[in-house]
Design a protein around this ligand. Sequence first.
Ligand code: DAK
Length: 265
Amino acid sequence: MGDDAQAADDAQAVRYDLHQHVAVITIDRPGARNALSTEVLRGLSEGLDRAESDPDVRAVVLTGGPKIFASGADIRELRRTTPADYLQSERLAAWVRFARFTKPSVAAVAGYVLGGGCELAMSCDLIVAADTAVLGQPEIRLGILPGAGGTQRWARVCGRFRAAELVLAGQSVDAWTARDYGMVSQVVPAERIVPAGVALATTVAAFSPIATRLSKAAIRSSEEMPVSAGLQHERALLGTLLSTDDHLEGIDAFLEKRAAHFTGR
Ligand code: DAK
């Protein structure tokens, strides 16, 4: 692809749409197989900022195209990256941003989900995969290793030996294997991938936004804390929820046999 065509491709590389309380953020850079260039990472960060600051947004879906979710870091950019660039780069800041996103997120992935693309999916709370999805960490083929959580998250999700098959042997897995490994919660027909992601996010978005946010925080802390500290954290978060209007509304709605209307207070 020429430079002009590449620039046009990159300029609108990330789209943001609203489906009621769900924001759908779509990577759309097909000419470079949705490679995560600085531009794309910036677009994703801006999308998450927008979703984070919009009180009407209660969950996010991150998706790509029907044949590719993302092919990982932009290899051409990576070729020019020095260690100093790496530490100071906007790209590194973007990954920190993804990790700090507080609202529930669903990755709805089809086709190739590779390298940083796979790590991007793993930065979400739920992953729905199309039956066409192929997930992998091919960084070893480039003489590097996954730098956005791939070695840590794969090992925790599916165990160190399966993680080694992906990270060390560079082997990819299909959607069904990823589901067997516990990384993907649902496999759906490719043409249903975005509706399936939006449906799951809509289910989450119907609950109290404070309860879903704190539930996410509690689950995420299980990656960081020993169980005893995690249980303490869980109890403290539950204590916070017991002070909300939403918990009274949830209980009243159950007792009055009606749908709950959560306001986020
Ligand atoms: N980057 C740049 N360009 C890419 C690309 C990529 N990742 N993947 C594909 N392209 C480009 C190709 O160069 C080609 O460009 P032209 O020749 O047309 O100019 C065009 O997209 C079409 O590619 P293919 O001809 O290869 O397309 P296919 O459909 O045949 O194959 C593929 C699709 C996705 C299977 C294949 O392109 C592929 O294997 N791509 C590379 C996948 C890969 O190795 N990914 C790992 C990248 S390393 C960090 C965090 C994370 C990372 C780094 C730092 N920090 C925290 C700072 C992550 C690192 C990585 O992900």
